[in-house]
Design a protein around this ligand. Sequence first.
Ligand SMILES: Cc1cc2nc3c(=O)[nH]c(=O)nc-3n(C[C@H](O)[C@H](O)[C@H](O)COP(=O)(O)OP(=O)(O)OC[C@H]3O[C@@H](n4cnc5c(N)ncnc54)[C@H](O)[C@@H]3O)c2cc1C
Length: 365
Amino acid sequence: MLADKTSFADILEQIDRIDPVAYSKNRNYTSGAVSNLSPYISRGVVSGKFIFETLLSRYSYAQCHTFMKQLLWREYFQRLQQHFPDVAYREIKPGQSRKRGMPLSVMLGKTGITVLDDAISTLYLTGHMHNHVRLYIASLCCTLGKCHFNAPAAWMYYHLSDGDVASNFGSWQWVAGTLTGKPYHANQNNVNEFTHVKQYHTFLDTAYEELAVMQIPDVLRETCQPILETILPDTGLPQLEQGTTLLYTHYNLDPFWHMDDRAERLLVLEPSHFKKFPISEFVLKFIITLTGNLQGIKLYCGEIDALKRAYPDMRFLAREHPLFAHWDVAFDEREWIVPEVKGFYPSFSKYYKDCQKKLSVYEHR
Ligand SMILES: Cc1cc2nc3c(=O)[nH]c(=O)nc-3n(C[C@H](O)[C@H](O)[C@H](O)COP(=O)(O)OP(=O)(O)OC[C@H]3O[C@@H](n4cnc5c(N)ncnc54)[C@H](O)[C@@H]3O)c2cc1C
């Protein structure tokens, strides 16, 4: 199981094992030297900046370049969400009308594309799925199955231990063509190559020109609306001493954040948030286990307003995040690899070009 290590020491070891050179050659293969760090980066246990700097202390900029570019995809989606806090619902570039729900065969892992069906079973068991496989599955749902991204993206988010609203829904929009205007296609040859299988005579076993005009394959026609629900523990209001309370979220579990401050620490899981963006029991357990890195942290499953009413004189501090912008508390900035490049970019390549200008200082070090 991939995200089974939750101690900070284990996560640091995992960072030590990154091989950016091998990564740049084979990251698109399911057997490639990917880092499996996203469950920790997305939960804010470590930042992309920290990983970038650690890599640069060991490798040249040229060697880290591909890995760093992928880290910047994360920042691109975070910036997108700052600009469009409703990225999970609103089509950035409205497309043609789409079916609601998702293909039943995808939810059941019975599409007939064996390597994808196996990956869906693995997702249910481990909360993990390789990036390329996520792309293939999203293209089955949206490009070939002609479903709106909403339901299948919410389904995938629910099960991912690295579930992140910005990266997930942004990536689904990218595949569906509602981010850049170009939908993503992959045929069986592509799947076979990058997943090391040899499956033929499937509905995907065709040329790209045919895929682009194909009617919805029979196996993807029946749709369903997955039932996704998060059952939070009943914690009641926490007992807090007066002073400052640091509010953690499932996107900020950074053990270094105000590490030396004498303050209460509270992980806030708001029922209203998880109603909009449900996560599975497996993912919830993973998040709670990660709090083992935060000494003395308490868990509060309740609304922020109730907490504020119970402690009107308390100073509450959280980290900036568009999904928690409604909290009437003080916010610290998040850490960015390229803090200067912000705002909405209609494509990653334009965003990346501006980032590269800022990062060119590392090229000659
Ligand atoms: C349909 C779809 C849904 C996705 N949903 C999520 C999600 O909910 N949460 C999430 O964290 N990522 C999501 N991604 C992005 C990507 O699949 C994962 O971040 C990646 O698989 C993580 O594996 P890794 O840590 O081994 O990545 P590596 O390949 O080792 O990359 C290193 C780091 O770069 C970042 N990264 C790499 N690729 C991407 C990418 N395409 N977008 C954003 N960041 C990237 C991650 O932080 C990752 O940990 C999604 C991608 C697709 C296509």
